[in-house]
Design a protein. Sequence first.
Length: 229
Amino acid sequence: MKSTLLILCMITGGFILSQVDKYEPARIRMVKTQIMDRGLSNTAVLDAMKKVPRHLFIPKEYESEAYNDYPLPIGYGQTISQPYIVAYMTDIVRPTSRKKALEIGTGSGYQAAVLAEIVEKVYTIEIVPELAKEASERLKKYGYKNVECKFGDGYKGWPEHAPFDIIIVTAAADHIPQPLIDQLAENGRLVIPVGAPSAVQELILVTKRNGKPEQKRLTFVRFVPFKRL
Ligand code: SAH
């Protein structure tokens, strides 16, 4: 397969559909100018961001803006994060091929797909039922067999699959849910935006050593609110 022409093949009911990915140049440019130029050099993360077709995770009307340097609406008052923030959060949790991850806030499924390109397994929870269903179908359609989605309140985590090496929360909470800290593995890394919903929030990294969680403040961000059922 030529790198300039990514052929997406989907086998559906016996038909083979192929489509030239006209957005690949925009995606490569996005990775260079928005991510590498801001100092992120983790090859696994850069490769995942080059690979995942972000334009297929957002509503058709915003498709041409998919690779721009800002978040976009995905319906139900929710947004897909700015590409750099996705890359930054993916990098900060140190993903590697043997790790198991939990994401709270599936949204479009894009962050889950980026993570799934690198880690062994991604579990992801979404509180808006329509988004949970759409993202689950989308991830299946694009062949992400190592992602498991469910509808629900991510506050409680997913105890059946704990502990997790990585936990990424993509909605802003006013505190870090204790069940998520409890479900973090030894040497695990959890990243979460913490702060008031209408204000700027702080991205917090929680690491666990000898069973003890430690917090580090990373940067300021703006996320949609963490909701409860
Ligand atoms: N990671 C997403 C970004 C989604 S925005 C992506 O790549 O597209 C944050 C998402 O978190 C929203 O879809 C919102 O509905 C969801 N959310 C908010 N509170 C939640 C909760 N308690 N549990 C699960 N999902 C939640």
